[in-house]
Write a protein that binds this ligand. Structure first.
Ligand code: ZN
Length: 249
């Protein structure tokens, strides 16, 4: 007896039929021979590969005090294929885009995690724990999803790790980070995030990866690292898809 097709396979096949996959960089239809796991046409893929390779060459691998910053690529000034991928991740929520960046980041993350000075001998470690700084409720309502949460889940899947929502936003009204200057951002971030209940229990002696799509000043990620370390995390990796230059004011 033949098994019925899996719903997930069916729905993605149906979706491809109704909306043939397009390149997120240039919006052209993807050629049929392109790999199922990519989101780019060959030309945009080459631009992405260049951006990622440049960032990797530039990255410091030092794991000072068990804290690692991992950036997949740095955004330039021009609007290229990599910038459009970030736009898709932020506002469209296409699962392909999250799986694509997670698969690219996973080997780099595992390499970085292996350099953590406090890692126990091989085999005795628990899987990496993946979490994220939640968006403001109004932004989640506007876009219909939280891109940092989706990224953390995709990363956990790509790295055989565990996903856990460890960080919460405080309920008080806070200004959107992008409207503030550097000092205001730091103060705003410090008072905007707290640990979830039971987070301390979950992170004790674990290596935690905080995932976010975009890092501008790093204050949000630093605040997350601070909270997790104070709760007993053994080490923290801050993992973002893109790093932007600080906005000039
Ligand atoms: Zn393209």
């Amino acid at each position: 007896m033949t098994k019925p097709p899996k719903l997930s396979t069916l729905s993605s096949a149906t979706r491809d039929l109704l909306f043939p996959p397009r390149c997120v960089g240039c919006d052209h239809l993807l050629p049929p021979f392109v790999k199922r796991t990519t989101v780019f046409c060959p030309l945009c893929h080459a631009a992405w590969d260049t951006a990622v390779t440049e960032a990797a060459a530039d990255a410091t691998s030092a794991a000072e005090r068990g804290l690692i910053y991992l950036v997949h690529y740095r955004t330039g000034r021009e609007d290229g294929a990599p910038e459009r991928l970030i736009y898709h991740i932020k506002h469209r929520g296409d699962p392909r885009t999250f799986a694509f960046v997670a698969e690219g980041l996973a080997p780099r993350l595992q390499e970085a995690a292996a350099t953590l000075p406090t890692r126990k001998p091989e085999g005795s470690d628990q899987p990496l724990l993946f979490t994220y700084p939640p968006r403001r409720r109004s932004a989640v309502n506007r876009d219909g999803f939280d891109q940092a949460e989706r990224l953390a889940k995709a990363m956990a899947k790509a790295c055989d790790g565990q996903f856990a929502p460890l960080i919460k936003r405080t309920h008080r009204r806070t200004a959107e980070q992008k409207t503030l200057n550097a000092d205001e951002r730091a103060a705003n971030a410090a008072s905007s995030y707290i640990l979830s209940p039971h987070a301390a229990e979950a992170v004790r002696d674990r290596s935690v990866v905080v995932c976010d799509d975009l890092c501008t000043t790093g204050v949000t990620l630093n605040r997350c690292a601070e909270l997790l370390v104070s709760a007993g995390a053994r080490s923290v990796i801050l993992c973002t898809v893109a790093q932007t230059e600080e906005r000039k004011r």
